[in-house]
Design a protein. Structure first.
Length: 268
Protein backbone atom coordinates (compact mmCIF):
# COMPACT_ATOMS: atom_id res chain seq x y z
CA UNK A 1 0.00 0.00 0.00
CA UNK A 2 1.36 3.40 -0.94
CA UNK A 3 1.86 6.32 1.37
CA UNK A 4 0.06 9.61 0.98
CA UNK A 5 1.35 12.02 -1.59
CA UNK A 6 0.53 15.57 -2.57
CA UNK A 7 0.71 18.82 -0.68
CA UNK A 8 3.17 19.18 2.19
CA UNK A 9 1.99 19.13 5.79
CA UNK A 10 -0.84 17.29 7.48
CA UNK A 11 -3.80 16.19 5.35
CA UNK A 12 -7.13 17.87 5.95
CA UNK A 13 -8.54 14.48 6.86
CA UNK A 14 -6.78 11.19 7.55
CA UNK A 15 -8.14 7.73 8.25
CA UNK A 16 -5.89 5.33 10.16
CA UNK A 17 -6.97 1.69 10.31
CA UNK A 18 -10.63 2.61 10.70
CA UNK A 19 -12.97 -0.24 11.64
CA UNK A 20 -16.69 -0.34 12.37
CA UNK A 21 -18.61 -3.27 13.84
CA UNK A 22 -22.35 -3.76 14.27
CA UNK A 23 -22.51 -6.49 16.87
CA UNK A 24 -20.76 -9.49 15.33
CA UNK A 25 -20.85 -7.99 11.84
CA UNK A 26 -17.63 -6.32 10.69
CA UNK A 27 -18.72 -3.55 8.31
CA UNK A 28 -15.30 -1.90 7.96
CA UNK A 29 -11.84 -3.13 8.92
CA UNK A 30 -8.40 -1.56 8.52
CA UNK A 31 -9.37 1.37 6.26
CA UNK A 32 -6.65 3.99 5.78
CA UNK A 33 -6.38 6.92 3.36
CA UNK A 34 -5.87 10.68 3.25
CA UNK A 35 -7.85 13.66 1.97
CA UNK A 36 -5.77 16.74 1.12
CA UNK A 37 -6.75 20.29 0.26
CA UNK A 38 -7.04 20.74 -3.49
CA UNK A 39 -7.26 17.00 -4.16
CA UNK A 40 -9.95 14.40 -4.85
CA UNK A 41 -9.86 11.09 -2.98
CA UNK A 42 -12.06 8.55 -4.76
CA UNK A 43 -13.58 5.69 -2.76
CA UNK A 44 -14.56 2.88 -5.11
CA UNK A 45 -16.48 -0.31 -4.51
CA UNK A 46 -19.55 -2.24 -5.59
CA UNK A 47 -22.74 -2.57 -3.54
CA UNK A 48 -21.93 -4.00 -0.12
CA UNK A 49 -18.32 -2.84 -0.21
CA UNK A 50 -18.73 -0.57 2.82
CA UNK A 51 -18.98 2.81 1.08
CA UNK A 52 -22.16 3.88 2.90
CA UNK A 53 -20.75 2.91 6.30
CA UNK A 54 -17.57 4.85 5.56
CA UNK A 55 -19.61 7.94 4.63
CA UNK A 56 -21.47 7.70 7.94
CA UNK A 57 -18.21 7.43 9.89
CA UNK A 58 -16.75 10.49 8.16
CA UNK A 59 -19.94 12.53 8.53
CA UNK A 60 -20.44 11.81 12.24
CA UNK A 61 -23.41 9.44 11.99
CA UNK A 62 -21.35 6.49 13.30
CA UNK A 63 -18.36 6.45 15.62
CA UNK A 64 -15.63 4.05 14.49
CA UNK A 65 -15.12 0.95 16.59
CA UNK A 66 -11.37 0.94 15.89
CA UNK A 67 -8.77 3.25 14.44
CA UNK A 68 -8.32 7.01 14.32
CA UNK A 69 -9.85 9.86 12.36
CA UNK A 70 -7.61 12.92 12.21
CA UNK A 71 -8.58 16.45 11.15
CA UNK A 72 -5.65 18.79 10.40
CA UNK A 73 -3.40 16.22 12.06
CA UNK A 74 -5.34 16.09 15.36
CA UNK A 75 -7.53 13.13 16.42
CA UNK A 76 -11.29 13.82 16.38
CA UNK A 77 -14.37 11.85 17.45
CA UNK A 78 -17.65 13.17 16.13
CA UNK A 79 -20.70 12.46 18.26
CA UNK A 80 -23.22 13.74 15.72
CA UNK A 81 -23.42 14.95 12.09
CA UNK A 82 -23.68 18.56 13.32
CA UNK A 83 -20.21 18.26 14.90
CA UNK A 84 -18.71 17.06 11.61
CA UNK A 85 -20.47 19.86 9.73
CA UNK A 86 -19.22 22.47 12.21
CA UNK A 87 -15.71 21.13 11.63
CA UNK A 88 -16.10 21.77 7.89
CA UNK A 89 -17.01 18.25 6.72
CA UNK A 90 -20.09 18.48 4.47
CA UNK A 91 -21.83 15.49 2.90
CA UNK A 92 -23.96 15.65 -0.25
CA UNK A 93 -26.12 12.52 -0.33
CA UNK A 94 -27.74 11.00 -3.39
CA UNK A 95 -31.17 12.39 -2.46
CA UNK A 96 -29.60 15.90 -2.10
CA UNK A 97 -32.04 16.93 0.69
CA UNK A 98 -33.85 19.25 -1.71
CA UNK A 99 -37.57 19.97 -2.14
CA UNK A 100 -38.40 19.76 -5.89
CA UNK A 101 -41.31 22.24 -5.83
CA UNK A 102 -39.35 24.87 -3.90
CA UNK A 103 -37.32 27.59 -5.64
CA UNK A 104 -33.58 27.16 -6.10
CA UNK A 105 -32.77 29.96 -3.66
CA UNK A 106 -35.08 28.51 -1.00
CA UNK A 107 -33.37 25.13 -1.33
CA UNK A 108 -29.96 26.77 -1.23
CA UNK A 109 -30.67 28.19 2.25
CA UNK A 110 -32.93 25.40 3.50
CA UNK A 111 -32.36 25.13 7.25
CA UNK A 112 -29.94 28.10 7.35
CA UNK A 113 -32.18 30.98 6.27
CA UNK A 114 -30.79 34.54 6.52
CA UNK A 115 -32.99 36.94 8.46
CA UNK A 116 -33.48 40.68 8.77
CA UNK A 117 -35.04 42.78 11.49
CA UNK A 118 -34.99 42.00 15.21
CA UNK A 119 -37.06 40.33 17.91
CA UNK A 120 -40.69 39.71 16.91
CA UNK A 121 -40.07 41.62 13.65
CA UNK A 122 -37.36 39.23 12.43
CA UNK A 123 -38.19 37.73 9.04
CA UNK A 124 -36.67 35.72 6.24
CA UNK A 125 -34.39 37.99 4.17
CA UNK A 126 -35.41 36.74 0.74
CA UNK A 127 -33.59 39.49 -1.17
CA UNK A 128 -30.24 38.58 0.41
CA UNK A 129 -30.92 34.87 -0.11
CA UNK A 130 -31.57 35.38 -3.83
CA UNK A 131 -28.50 37.62 -4.31
CA UNK A 132 -26.19 35.22 -2.48
CA UNK A 133 -27.56 32.23 -4.39
CA UNK A 134 -26.95 33.94 -7.74
CA UNK A 135 -23.43 34.97 -6.69
CA UNK A 136 -22.41 31.58 -5.33
CA UNK A 137 -23.76 29.68 -8.32
CA UNK A 138 -21.94 32.05 -10.67
CA UNK A 139 -18.70 31.62 -8.70
CA UNK A 140 -18.93 27.87 -9.35
CA UNK A 141 -19.69 28.53 -13.01
CA UNK A 142 -23.28 27.30 -12.67
CA UNK A 143 -25.62 29.01 -15.11
CA UNK A 144 -29.32 28.83 -14.19
CA UNK A 145 -32.04 30.78 -15.93
CA UNK A 146 -33.70 32.09 -12.78
CA UNK A 147 -33.11 31.29 -9.09
CA UNK A 148 -36.90 31.54 -8.61
CA UNK A 149 -37.51 28.44 -10.73
CA UNK A 150 -38.34 25.21 -8.82
CA UNK A 151 -35.27 23.07 -8.24
CA UNK A 152 -37.22 20.15 -9.69
CA UNK A 153 -37.02 21.77 -13.14
CA UNK A 154 -33.22 21.35 -13.14
CA UNK A 155 -31.48 18.34 -14.60
CA UNK A 156 -29.90 15.79 -12.28
CA UNK A 157 -26.44 17.18 -12.96
CA UNK A 158 -27.58 20.74 -12.28
CA UNK A 159 -29.17 19.73 -8.97
CA UNK A 160 -25.94 18.04 -7.93
CA UNK A 161 -23.95 21.16 -8.82
CA UNK A 162 -26.33 23.38 -6.77
CA UNK A 163 -25.83 21.06 -3.78
CA UNK A 164 -22.04 21.30 -4.21
CA UNK A 165 -22.19 25.12 -4.41
CA UNK A 166 -24.37 25.18 -1.28
CA UNK A 167 -21.85 23.11 0.69
CA UNK A 168 -18.98 25.34 -0.44
CA UNK A 169 -20.88 28.49 0.56
CA UNK A 170 -21.56 27.19 4.07
CA UNK A 171 -17.88 26.66 4.78
CA UNK A 172 -17.09 23.11 3.73
CA UNK A 173 -13.40 22.25 3.79
CA UNK A 174 -13.95 18.56 3.13
CA UNK A 175 -16.75 17.72 0.67
CA UNK A 176 -18.09 14.15 0.67
CA UNK A 177 -20.10 13.26 -2.44
CA UNK A 178 -22.22 10.10 -2.24
CA UNK A 179 -22.48 8.53 -5.73
CA UNK A 180 -23.25 11.89 -7.40
CA UNK A 181 -23.09 10.44 -10.95
CA UNK A 182 -24.80 7.08 -10.36
CA UNK A 183 -28.21 7.96 -11.84
CA UNK A 184 -26.97 10.29 -14.58
CA UNK A 185 -26.34 9.90 -18.27
CA UNK A 186 -22.96 10.53 -19.86
CA UNK A 187 -23.48 14.26 -20.50
CA UNK A 188 -24.91 15.04 -17.05
CA UNK A 189 -22.22 12.98 -15.33
CA UNK A 190 -19.68 15.10 -17.18
CA UNK A 191 -21.35 18.24 -15.77
CA UNK A 192 -20.97 16.95 -12.21
CA UNK A 193 -17.35 15.88 -12.74
CA UNK A 194 -16.52 19.41 -13.93
CA UNK A 195 -17.98 20.88 -10.71
CA UNK A 196 -16.07 18.35 -8.62
CA UNK A 197 -12.90 19.56 -10.33
CA UNK A 198 -13.94 23.16 -9.71
CA UNK A 199 -14.43 22.49 -5.97
CA UNK A 200 -11.02 20.82 -5.89
CA UNK A 201 -9.45 23.82 -7.63
CA UNK A 202 -10.97 26.11 -4.98
CA UNK A 203 -8.89 24.27 -2.39
CA UNK A 204 -11.42 21.83 -0.94
CA UNK A 205 -10.57 18.27 -0.10
CA UNK A 206 -13.13 16.14 -1.96
CA UNK A 207 -14.16 12.56 -1.15
CA UNK A 208 -15.85 11.15 -4.26
CA UNK A 209 -17.78 7.94 -3.50
CA UNK A 210 -18.49 5.93 -6.64
CA UNK A 211 -18.67 2.47 -8.16
CA UNK A 212 -17.56 3.75 -11.57
CA UNK A 213 -13.80 3.86 -12.28
CA UNK A 214 -14.50 5.61 -15.60
CA UNK A 215 -15.86 8.58 -13.62
CA UNK A 216 -13.28 8.38 -10.83
CA UNK A 217 -10.00 8.16 -12.70
CA UNK A 218 -10.15 11.41 -14.74
CA UNK A 219 -10.86 13.59 -11.68
CA UNK A 220 -9.22 11.61 -8.85
CA UNK A 221 -5.85 12.16 -7.16
CA UNK A 222 -6.08 9.18 -4.77
CA UNK A 223 -8.04 5.95 -5.04
CA UNK A 224 -9.21 3.80 -2.14
CA UNK A 225 -10.74 0.49 -3.22
CA UNK A 226 -13.14 -1.30 -0.90
CA UNK A 227 -14.40 -4.87 -1.00
CA UNK A 228 -16.70 -6.23 1.71
CA UNK A 229 -15.51 -3.64 4.20
CA UNK A 230 -11.80 -4.12 3.63
CA UNK A 231 -9.26 -2.18 1.60
CA UNK A 232 -7.92 -3.56 -1.66
CA UNK A 233 -5.39 -0.71 -1.77
CA UNK A 234 -4.88 3.02 -1.48
CA UNK A 235 -3.14 4.45 -4.53
CA UNK A 236 -1.93 7.78 -5.88
CA UNK A 237 -3.04 8.55 -9.42
CA UNK A 238 0.32 7.72 -10.97
CA UNK A 239 0.31 4.28 -9.36
CA UNK A 240 -2.83 2.86 -10.94
CA UNK A 241 -4.52 3.06 -14.34
CA UNK A 242 -8.24 3.12 -15.05
CA UNK A 243 -7.99 -0.40 -16.44
CA UNK A 244 -6.28 -1.62 -13.27
CA UNK A 245 -8.99 -0.02 -11.12
CA UNK A 246 -11.65 -1.76 -13.22
CA UNK A 247 -9.89 -5.12 -12.98
CA UNK A 248 -9.41 -4.89 -9.20
CA UNK A 249 -13.04 -3.91 -8.65
CA UNK A 250 -14.25 -6.75 -10.87
CA UNK A 251 -12.04 -9.33 -9.19
CA UNK A 252 -9.51 -9.84 -11.99
CA UNK A 253 -9.72 -13.58 -12.69
CA UNK A 254 -13.47 -13.50 -12.12
CA UNK A 255 -13.85 -10.92 -14.90
CA UNK A 256 -11.71 -13.01 -17.25
CA UNK A 257 -13.79 -16.13 -16.58
CA UNK A 258 -16.99 -14.17 -17.18
CA UNK A 259 -15.68 -12.85 -20.52
CA UNK A 260 -14.84 -16.40 -21.59
CA UNK A 261 -18.24 -17.67 -20.44
CA UNK A 262 -20.15 -14.97 -22.35
CA UNK A 263 -18.05 -15.20 -25.50
CA UNK A 264 -19.07 -17.34 -28.46
CA UNK A 265 -17.84 -18.18 -31.88
CA UNK A 266 -19.12 -15.86 -34.62
CA UNK A 267 -21.75 -17.34 -36.92
CA UNK A 268 -20.63 -18.27 -40.41
Amino acid sequence: MSTASGAAGAPLLELREIGKDFGSVIALDGISTTVRAGQVTCVLGDNGAGKSTLIKVLSGVHRPTRGELLLDGAPVRFGAPREALDAGIATVYQDLAMIPLMAIWRNFFLGSEPTTGWGPFRRFDSATAKDVTRRELAAMGIDVRDVDQPVGTLSGGERQSVAIARAVHFGARVLILDEPTSALGVKQAGVVLRYIARARDQGLGVVFITHNPHHAHPVGDRFLLLNRGRSLGDFAKGEVSREELTTMMAGGDELTRLAEELGREPRS
